[in-house]
Write a protein that binds this ligand. Structure first.
Ligand code: HEM
Length: 537
């Protein structure tokens, strides 16, 4: 045998230098036979092991073929099927020498362990942070430990303050009544189909920018213009997601040579930064000139600009940029996609729409009707819409805006269901699948039934480890209360005026992304309710 053949043997996984020495004394044909035998043995062993785990584990490529087949159909349903068959938790074995190995779970006991009981042992982790760092920097979404705690504390105080609540309620009234309803009125008058998901995404983007930066980018202006900052934000998010499905060495090389998606990402981030730094500069000027006392802003940028770090130094522009960009990401497409799924479900469940209308009618009747069609729901009225609250929660159970989330294991651990977790393992919790588990929600788990959230006509919340749409534990969604208020206000304002009809044969399927978009949007037509004069007509 020549030395070249020895190299081949030594390179094959599992073969040692001693084995190579042994092969040196065998005729070439026998080496091939032995290799074939080893290959067959490994394959049979892997297949047997794989079947025990519910999926075939192929040599070298692991469970990747099954994953690729699953993705081709419907990845979320595929994951749900696998998890269901495995009792709620499943170890995914990726190809050799890749970082695709992970533990997938949809077991509420494991979720409580992960998100609350052993919270410090399950951070977002370095892999996540280094993948999203260019867009998110040190913001709340990617940060762990002290950097996260500091932002969480300040943002949490702000989110629960009376000024913040009143500012968010006011900005929502303005957006819905001066922008959203006129856009819908035009579409209704022209009998023109519109993409409701797009309109809602514009609404929540403008809204969250007002909360974060105190400025309205104007995505929902008449004619629905393309706003460079909004477009760049969307592009930067998409290009960042591409990194998660590209081997790290490849995207890093593309970044180094400024090619492909990395070039697109760099350019999009430049536009986002230009907008952010300009707002930060003007806000600093405004604050130092004392103008602030007149405007009395309570957006997150103003709050953080006034603060000092532990050394008494004002926060840097970069840190302020990270705080705002992260908040925009959090609030941009979560409530909008939830509303899109909600309106689609209503279209298939007219009985639910009827009950919501009954609840709204009670309020409008108490106000003596809505002759001019300009009724603005008050915060205390929105709070009373408990059936609507249940109908939105039920939509989020079946179509959670964040379908899967992940953590990394710091120290070896064991889940309550007995799954062993080695240090460095990635844990994926399948929020989408949790909403479709018979073991969690009962036999009717796949039915849209808002009633399951009601007790004696009042809304009853569920454990965050069973209904994980808003995450749970110390990292529970900070915008949860606001999101419900926003969704209820928007849904009630639309439903009071229109019946939303989804266009026949319009395909509705989830898109594979960090957020549960509808892949083809939601094409609808609007039909004004009898006796409601529509604003803007
Ligand atoms: C239906 C609407 C919403 C849903 C389903 C939702 C869901 C979630 C989820 C699952 C997380 C955890 C993400 C993770 O750690 O990987 C989260 C975190 C967060 N959400 Fe929401 N969210 C919604 C709306 C909002 C809104 C409107 C805002 C702000 C205006 C917001 C602000 C935040 C923030 C700041 C965090 C980070 C919390 C932390 O890491 O400490 N969310 N949200």
């Amino acid at each position: 045998m020549d030395s070249g053949k020895q190299t081949t043997v030594t390179d094959s996984p599992g073969a040692s230098a001693a084995d190579a020495g042994l092969f040196r004394f065998l005729p070439e044909i026998q080496v091939i036979e032995i290799l074939m035998a080893i290959f067959i043995f490994v394959t049979i062993h892997s297949l047997r092991q794989g079947r025990r785990q519910g999926l075939v584990v192929w040599p070298v490529v692991g469970m990747l073929p099954s994953l690729l087949l699953g993705i081709r159909k419907d990845m979320y349903e595929w994951i749900t099927g696998v998890l269901d068959g495995q009792g709620g938790t499943f170890v995914f074995r990726g190809p050799w020498f890749t970082n695709l190995h992970c533990v997938l779970t949809a077991d509420p006991r494991n979720l409580e362990h992960l998100l609350k009981v052993k919270f410090p042992n399950f951070p977002k982790g370095e892999y996540f942070r280094s993948t999203v760092c260019d867009l998110l920097g040190d913001g709340i979404f990617s940060a762990d430990d002290e950097t996260w705690r500091r932002q969480r504390k300040t943002a949490s105080l702000e989110f629960h303050s009376a000024e913040f609540r009143s500012m968010t309620a006011q900005s929502l009234v303005e957006l819905v009544h001066s922008r959203l309803l006129p856009v819908l009125a035009v579409a209704e008058a022209q009998r023109a189909p519109i993409d409701l998901q797009d309109v809602l995404l514009r609404l929540t983007f403008d809204n969250v920018c007002m909360i974060a930066f105190g400025t309205d980018p104007g995505c929902l202006r008449p004619g629905l213009p393309e706003i460079p900052f909004a477009k760049a934000f969307e592009d930067a998010t998409e290009a960042t997601i591409i990194r998660f499905i590209t081997p790290t060495a490849i995207w890093k090389a593309l970044r180094y040579f400024d090619l492909g998606s990395e070039r697109w990402l760099r350019r999009s981030i430049a536009v986002v930064d230009e907008f952010a730094y300009e707002v930060i500069r003007t806000r600093r000027e405004e604050l130092s000139s004392g103008e602030q006392t007149r405007t009395a802003r309570s957006d997150l940028l103003t709050v953080f600009t006034k603060l000092r770090d532990e050394d008494g130094t004002p926060y840097s522009d970069k840190f302020l940029r990270d705080v705002c960009v992260n908040l925009i990401l959090a609030g941009r497409d979560t409530s909008s996609v939830a509303l899109a799924w909600f309106f689609w479900l209503l279209n298939r469940h007219p009985e639910v729409e009827e009950r919501i209308l009954g609840e709204i009618r009670k309020i409008t009747d108490e106000r003596g009707g809505d002759e001019d069609g300009e009724l603005v729901f008050k915060p205390e009225e929105v709070k009373r819409l408990e059936y609507l609250h249940a109908a939105l929660s039920e939509a989020l159970r079946l179509y959670p805006s964040v379908p899967v989330d992940h953590k990394e294991v710091v120290e070896d651990d064991v889940f309550p269901d007995g799954t062993v977790l080695k240090k460095g393992t990635k844990v994926i919790y399948a929020i989408f699948s949790m909403g479709r588990m018979e073991s969690i929600w009962g036999k009717d788990c796949r039915d849209y039934k808002p009633e399951r959230w009601l007790k004696d006509g009042r809304f009853m919340s569920e454990s965050a480890y069973k209904f994980t749409a808003f995450n749970g534990g110390p990292r529970l969604c900070l915008g949860k209360d606001f999101a419900y208020y926003q969704m209820k206000f928007v849904a009630a304002s639309i439903l009071h005026r229109y019946h939303v009809k989804v266009m026949e044969n319009h395909p509705v399927v989830p898109k594979m992304a960090l957020t549960m978009y509808m892949k083809y949007g939601l094409k609808i037509t609007l039909c004004a309710r009898d006796g409601t004069k529509v604003v803007g007509k």
